[in-house]
Design a protein around this ligand. Sequence first.
Ligand SMILES: C[S@@+](CC[C@H](N)C(=O)[O-])C[C@H]1O[C@@H](n2cnc3c(N)ncnc32)[C@H](O)[C@@H]1O
Length: 340
Amino acid sequence: MPANTPSPTAEDFTTMLGMVTGGFVSQITAAFAELNIAHHLSGKPQPAAYVAEQEHADAAATYRLLRAGVTLGLVTHTAGEFAATPLLGTLLPGAPHSLGHLARAWAAPGHWQPWGAFTQVVRSGSAQVESALGCSIFEYFTKNVDEGMLFSKAVTDLSTPVIAEAVPVLDVRATRTVADLGGANGAFVLSLMAAHPHLRGSVVELPHAVPDARAEAERRGLAERFSAVEGDFFEEVPSADLYLLKFILHDWSDEENVRLLRNCRDSLTPGGRLAIVEIVLGEAADPGIGALMDLTMMTMLPGRERSLAEFDALLADAGLRRSKLTHLQAPYAVIEAQAV
Ligand SMILES: C[S@@+](CC[C@H](N)C(=O)[O-])C[C@H]1O[C@@H](n2cnc3c(N)ncnc32)[C@H](O)[C@@H]1O
């Protein structure tokens, strides 16, 4: 050990053992979610055999899973029965901020296999999705539809509280038209339209996502003020007073983002603006949870999470400037930008 590096303590070894078993923990939380254990224990404590019976699972293996759940603080054990803790409630689907779909999606093969080559990602500096899955993650999801749908639900769960915080931040009194670029099912623009009846909204999406966006607008009773447009935002974007770009820039390289942002700049109506919703990384001394999220972008996609200075540089390269910054619940923020 070099003289200027303090020796690890026994506590450090315990902490590291917890980190080394982190992969087990991801699979354990995924199994808790998959086997609906939060639901099965929500009414009252139950023996492992009850959970096993509900899920057609092996009783002895379910007991061992639940016992490990005690170690992790997901359940407690008294007199032969397991009881849910509040921590387990975070996996209940439908609960606000639920992480149940995400626990399953990140432990499923589409993410798990590329992460298995993570050191190679670092050595090579590029995602290893092609070698792990034989195609990009988006192609993989079109071939593995159930996993693709699971991932969409996970993203929706993450998005719902962020959208609820972002909508009141946006001053749309002088705005008439809003385009949600890569808006998936349109949850963001439709939430904004619901709050502001004078707005007309659209989603610009790849063909596969368009029917979902139309159905969501119908479901919310907003179809008359809404259109779902098939398009490639790297080619062109329709004219609008406000572009929403939520969880888009982190998917792409700087060069790709500058192309997309220039398209926005060219098609903005006079006085219009962009609202970018992303993780904003803290500085290197205190980067926060976003630095971990950044590594899933590095493993799965050409994208990255960025600091505020990096967003500002992208905007400047596209002829835009940041006009407002609003921090949401960490690590998210809304960055508003206008043409220079
Ligand atoms: C990470 S998701 C974000 C979805 C949504 N904005 C949200 O925050 O939940 C990226 C979205 O961009 C869409 N997308 C990818 N490439 C696109 C392109 N070239 N043109 C339009 N949409 C695209 C994808 O279909 C996907 O729905």
